[in-house]
Design a protein around this ligand. Structure first.
Ligand SMILES: NC(=O)c1ccc[n+]([C@@H]2O[C@H](COP(=O)([O-])OP(=O)(O)OC[C@H]3O[C@@H](n4cnc5c(N)ncnc54)[C@H](OP(=O)(O)O)[C@@H]3O)[C@@H](O)[C@H]2O)c1
Length: 305
């Protein structure tokens, strides 16, 4: 089968190569999935899980990309709950070969049925952004109706999902990003927008919840804006600053079949729009992940037409 692999951590996305690999064998409780579309998250190649397994052993060349939409083509020993021929989508294990390939083996529990009226390209764009937004807002951030939320990168992959889900949940949302992101962020449901290059973040005042996707100085300044009893949730690594009278939580997104179902339901009824930028074939994937101009929205690789 065709697959994208990486071998050199320092090279980042420029080190991606298209190669021929054996189709993986599904292990116990796995399914083998014929990948139709694959998603890849910016920053993924900086995570150790791409390069070493759970025991710290080198696992290169590894296949990146951990979101997929496709069709189950075989079951591993003992696998229940999914069947051959079923349309599925989901998030694959960070420490196993991923989805930028014609086939991938993945634990069945990491996947959910993909409704027939949700396109594979859309399905592959949902798992990481959708689950990260859901878990950050509701599991870790405990967002309630009427609370205020500061969401960084509100027009990005995760931020656009955060903004839409928080709006539906009845929050007051201040989105941030670059000047060019203003209209998109407001369109996703932000009540206000802060241009991080030109506006003063501190003018936002106090908020109940910060959802940080940027880290660094932006995160530090945001911690000071969390009101007493509030929360800073970050997905940009361990928090460098904590609210004076609140909590700071960093987390890595996990697969969750029920939450994938909630996300798919919202996509079907129009409550949630996915933020897809570029769609490319597997043959063109390396170029698509190394754009020469600023790209907005998620890049999805359509593995099968
Ligand atoms: N911990 C986890 O489980 C988890 C899960 C998902 C994602 N992540 C990480 O979260 C980050 C965001 O992912 P994503 O898919 O949402 O990425 P994305 O689609 O690139 O969105 C990030 C947005 O923030 C903007 N932004 C970044 N730095 C900025 C700055 N200094 N000033 C203004 N705007 C800025 C980006 O604009 P530009 O494109 O112009 O920079 C972009 O619009 C990535 O680093 C990813 O690896 C972590």
């Amino acid at each position: 089968m065709k697959a994208i692999v990486v071998t050199d951590q320092a090279a980042g996305t420029a080190g991606m190569a298209l190669v021929e690999r054996d189709v993986p064998e599904p292990a116990g409780n796995d399914v083998l999935v014929e990948v139709h579309a694959s998603g890849f998250t910016p920053g993924e190649l900086t995570w150790p899980s791409n390069w070493t397994d759970r025991l710290g052993r080198d696992r290169t060349p590894s296949v990146p990309g951990h979101e997929l939409a496709g069709v189950v083509s075989a079951l591993g020993y003992g696998t229940r709950g999914l069947s051959v021929g079923q349309r599925v989508f989901g998030l694959t294990d960070w420490t196993r070969d991923g989805t930028l390939a014609e086939y991938t083996a993945v634990e069945a529990r990491n996947l959910a049925p993909l409704p027939g009226d949700v396109d594979f390209t859309v399905g592959a764009s949902l798992p990481i952004s959708g689950l990260t937004a859901w878990q950050g807002l509701f599991d870790h951030g405990r967002l309630q109706a009427g609370q205020s939320l500061l969401v960084h990168g509100a027009a990005g992959g995760v931020g656009s999902m955060v903004t839409q889900l928080a709006r539906e949940a009845g929050a007051y949302i201040v989105g941030t990003g670059r000047a060019a992101d203003r209209e998109a962020a407001l369109d996703y449901g932000a009540h206000e927008f802060v241009d991080l290059d030109a506006d003063t973040l501190e003018a936002v005042g106090h908020v109940d919840l910060v959802f940080d996707v940027i880290g660094g100085d932006v995160q530090k300044r945001s911690a000071a804006l969390v009101r007493a009893g509030g929360t800073l949730v970050t997905i940009a690594g361990p928090p460098e600053a904590r609210p004076a009278d609140g909590v700071a939580i960093d987390f890595v997104v996990e697969s969750d079949r029920a939450q994938l179902g909630e996300i798919a339901r919202r996509v079907r009824d129009g409550r949630l729009r996915t933020n897809i930028g570029t769609v490319a074939t597997l043959d063109d994937a390396v170029a698509a992940f190394n754009p020469t101009e600023r790209a907005t929205g998620k890049t999805i690789i359509r593995v099968r037409p």
